[in-house]
Design a protein around this ligand. Structure first.
Ligand code: SF4
Length: 245
């Protein structure tokens, strides 16, 4: 039962169900910004004291004014309750359902309207180095989800010297083969404790965005410092939320 928290953004009327844990073990996982070099990727905090039953989550959502129901935290598709809660969201609440982020390891999923997928690399060796998993199943899952009608948004972390401009461009080219309207967000790498990669410069970020825009119509970026990444609530009201459970 890896869901352990439910939060609510009243202004934007969305609730988020938070998962603990991930299927990948990425050395540059940004969750380590909180947990440190020895932290388990995908696990941003110490193991929660308590996990939530699906019925508890449903009860609180029935009494909350929600337009969109998000699932995130590590890799939310690892939660065995996910399919049941997606069906609940669509059939009982009648809300939009979305994976706030996913590594794409389990797509498509019934009753899911949208997914924000983090693609880690284009070439196989880099993908294995970044995730410990082969690339093909992930890209094939994303394609299957897109073709089944799931609204797909993509993101990729630009790590100069590792996930470099060529990888960004090939990912954008591949996505454009599905549809040039798929949005792509390029995150500048934030140095993770224990890793030697460098944060991109502003000029490198511009190059990365240009690589994406050669293929896709909607490409944007973020270039945060570690301090900014750890305090997103002050930068964006989408991250300002209260805890329901
Ligand atoms: S897939 Fe995402 S959450 Fe999971 S280990 Fe990799 S970066 Fe972290």
């Amino acid at each position: 039962m890896p869901f352990h928290k439910v939060t609510y953004n009243e202004k934007r009327r969305f609730a988020t169900v938070h998962n603990y844990g991930c299927t990948f073990r990425c050395p540059i996982c940004s969750y380590k910004l909180r947990s440190g070099a020895d932290g388990v990727p995908g696990r941003s905090h110490p193991r929660p004291d308590r996990f939530l039953a699906a019925d508890e989550i449903k009860s609180v959502l029935r009494t909350t004014r929600v337009d969109t129901l998000y699932f995130m935290g590590g890799e939310p598709t690892t939660a065995v309750e996910l399919d049941d809660l997606l069906a609940f969201g669509k059939r009982e609440l009648g809300v939009r359902t979305s994976l706030g982020h996913t590594n794409g390891s389990r797509l498509p999923i019934p009753n899911l309207d949208a997914a924000n997928v983090g693609l880690k690399a284009w070439d196989e060796a880099t993908h294995l180095a970044c995730t410990g998993r082969p690339k093909a199943p992930i890209f094939s899952n994303v394609e299957a989800a897109f073709r089944s009608g799931t609204e797909i948004r993509l993101n990729v972390v630009f790590v100069p010297g590792l996930v470099d401009l060529d990888q960004i461009e090939e990912i954008a080219r591949w996505a454009a083969g599905l549809s040039p309207a798929i949005p792509l967000h390029i995150c500048g790498y934030i140095p993770i404790p224990g890793q030697n990669h460098l944060r991109p410069t502003a000029a490198q970020m511009e190059e990365a965005v240009a690589c994406g825009r050669r293929h896709l119509r909607e490409v944007n970026s973020s270039h945060l410092t570690a301090a900014e990444a750890l305090d997103l609530t002050s930068r964006d009201d989408r991250f300002a939320s209260t805890r329901l459970l």
